[in-house]
Design a protein around this ligand. Structure first.
Ligand code: PGA
Length: 255
């Protein structure tokens, strides 16, 4: 099964609308010639509109960092899947460890968000991954399995191909400490197997991104692993040149 690599930028709480526009100006020419991969940028919600305009006509997609599972209502401060679609988003990140840890997002909430996104025509990027304590206690695969089961609880079999997973070991996020390609592949291979149990043959179509200090220096080796289908890139995605280099590594791996 050949899966098209996806390289997604997670800007977190960085960049204003003018900064996002300037990024697009510098970034788009650098990736214009890349074939065989998909690229997405997830700015803060306040920059979605401006960045969407700047990306219009390019192959680079717009993504959101979060969503509320409800279609509308009295939910102060929240944004619905339909609103993200209206803003031009094709993808939305859900269940990032920062949201799970800092804002109490549970597997059940992540599952509801993922399902609501699919219903609105967006592709969810569902994040999961173990903490350092869990890894050191030998619980990595058990934690991933539990998060996978809980976070995908609401996804129907026929929607599996639109789903994207991101394995993001918490100890590697923003720390400069990347999982080695072998350590990452062990988790990705395990997740692939569990997706097969959950979705049957359709599980092979689900892309599994790696996230956690991915950067130009380590992207090629990580992306060479059989079950790594792209990256969710934080720090190294804030600079157009370094993010373009990660995208180029993914495209070169396809060639
Ligand atoms: P990082 O963040 O690349 O800065 O480690 C990745 C993420 O949190 O998605």
């Amino acid at each position: 099964m050949s899966r098209i690599p996806l390289i997604a930028a997670n800007w977190k709480m960085h960049k204003t609308a003018p900064e996002a526009r300037r990024f697009a100006e510098a970034f788009l020419p650098r990736v214009a010639g890349l074939d065989g991969i998909e690229i997405a940028l997830a700015p803060p919600a306040t920059a979605l509109h401006a960045l969407g305009e700047a990306l219009a006509g390019s192959a680079v997609a717009l993504a959101a960092q979060n969503v509320n599972a409800e279609p509308s209502g009295a939910f102060t401060g929240e944004i619905s899947p339909g609103m993200l679609a209206d803003a031009g988003c094709r993808y939305a990140i859900v269940g990032h460890s920062e949201r799970r840890r800092l804002y109490g997002e549970t597997d059940a909430a992540v599952a509801a968000k993922a399902r609501a996104l699919l219903e609105a025509g967006l592709r969810p990027i569902v994040c999961l991954g173990e903490s350092l304590e869990e890894r050191e206690a030998g619980r990595t695969l058990a934690v991933c399995e539990a998060q996978l089961g809980g976070s995908l609880a609401d996804i129907e079999l026929e929607r599996a191909a639109e789903l994207i997973l991101a394995y993001e070991p918490i100890w590697a996020i923003g720390t400069g400490r990347t999982a080695t390609p072998e350590v990452a592949q062990e988790a990705h291979g395990f997740l692939r197997e569990r997706l097969g149990v959950r979705f049957g043959e359709a599980g092979a179509a689900v892309r599994i991104l790696y996230g956690g200090s991915m950067k130009p220096a380590n992207a090629a080796a990580l992306l060479a692993q059989p079950d790594l289908d792209g990256g969710l890139v934080g720090g190294a995605s804030l600079d157009p040149e370094s993010f373009a280099m990660v995208c180029s590594s993914a495209a070169a791996g396809r060639g």
